[in-house]
Design a protein around this ligand. Structure first.
Ligand code: NAD
Ligand code: UDP
Length: 309
């Protein structure tokens, strides 16, 4: 049994991770400022004596005796991370410094939830970890993309300079229960719109692609990454390599929900990446991991979930 800190533990991914870790018998501290997370996401864990919640903003130092830290605190959907871009950059950078400082003092392992956004609008396809990316440093998405890139830099420098026991994962678009219905991300938007028979909003021509991973696959990959030997730091991509144009996703959701929604086309946000697909050779080799949930199956589960929220 380990003592584990999960920053951003009340968010979409964090709440699934906390659940998995508590179910394995670990003592879990969930650290969150509830910007995009909620007590609802973790209500099933409240009262469990292996689980504690602390309201705290990671841009300020925090201290507790733990063996492992998963650093997830950061809004992830474009509308949320662009709401207060300065706070987003501070959360990534100062949050990383505070969590790394704690890991270093405790000699704890620390895993950074990085993102496929470090590849920006990629010109190498699919994206392997050794691709350096194509990121606009001064655009609307930069607070998130560059914040996450700087966090990766800090993780690697703590490893090289202080021998801190770090792990970096780059998460590709992930969906599943407890995504906020109004956070603007494509899978949740399309399902909600389809269930309400409202117009399905495609930004641009819908030819841009994404590769969608179901939450359970991601959590399995995260835990396996934390369990690797200290000399494997990553970064390692965690995503589903099945790539779909956004238009095809819309058509699938309409078919699966039996909706009467029409597809409408809206302007594409600036710097919206045209294509994205993870190269997962490294995860297969080092973690013996690959996604197991097909999009059709994952969407079915998501549709059922959103029918009941
Ligand atoms: P989310 O918004 O649901 O969760 C983020 C959590 O962090 C929330 O509970 C929020 O309240 C908390 N938080 C934000 N700022 C904080 C701060 N300053 N101090 C303390 N807590 C703070 O998003 P998510 O989808 O669960 O993403 C979790 C992590 O995974 C993020 O770091 C995100 O960048 C990364 N990620 C997610 C995806 C995805 O597809 N969901 C893809 C790539 C990377
Ligand atoms: N998108 C869309 N309609 C929506 C929401 C998103 O066409 O209602 C597009 C968005 O422009 C992007 C893709 O879907 O090209 C994925 O968007 P999301 O915000 O989910 O993730 P990200 O852009 O961060 O990968």
């Amino acid at each position: 049994m380990k003592r584990i800190l999960v920053s951003g533990g009340a968010g979409f991914i964090g709440s699934h991770l906390c659940t998995r870790l508590v179910n394995e018998g670990h003592d879990v501290i969930c650290l969150d400022n509830f910007f995009t997370g909620s007590k609802d996401n973790i209500k099933h864990l409240m009262g469990n004596h292996h689980f504690e919640v602390v309201r705290h903003d990671v841009t300020y130092p925090y201290s507790a005796e733990v063996d492992e830290i998963y650093n997830l605190a950061c809004p992830a959907s474009p509308i949320h991370y662009q709401h207060d871009p300065i706070q987003t950059a501070k959360t990534s950078v100062m949050g990383a410094i505070n969590m790394l400082g704690l890991a270093m003092r405790l000699d704890a392992k620390i895993l950074q939830a990085s993102t496929s956004e470090v590849y920006g609008d990629p010109i190498v396809h699919p994206q392997p970890e050794f691709y350096w990316g194509n990121v606009n440093p001064v655009g609307y998405r930069s607070c998130y993309d560059e914040g996450k890139r700087c966090a990766e830099t800090l993780f690697m420098d703590y490893y090289r300079q202080n021998q801190t026991r770090i792990k970096i994962i780059r998460i590709f678009n992930t969906y599943g229960p407890r995504m906020l219905p109004n956070d603007g991300r494509v899978v949740s938007n399309f399902i909600i719109q389809a269930l309400n028979n409202e117009d399905i909003t495609i930004y641009g021509d819908g030819k841009q692609t994404r590769s969608f991973q179901y939450i359970d696959d991601l959590i399995e990959g995260m835990v396996r990454m934390m369990d690797t030997e200290d000399d494997f730091t990553g970064p390692v991509n965690l995503g589903n390599p099945n790539e779909f144009p956004v238009l095809e996703l819309a058509e699938r959701v309409i078919r699966m929900t039996g909706s009467t929604s029409k597809i409408v086309f809206k302007p594409l946000p600036t710097d919206d990446p045209k294509q994205r697909q993870p190269d997962i050779k490294l995860a297969k080799e080092k973690l013996g991991w690959q996604p197991t949930v097909e999009l059709e199956d994952g969407l079915k589960r998501m549709i059922e979930y959103f029918k009941n929220v």
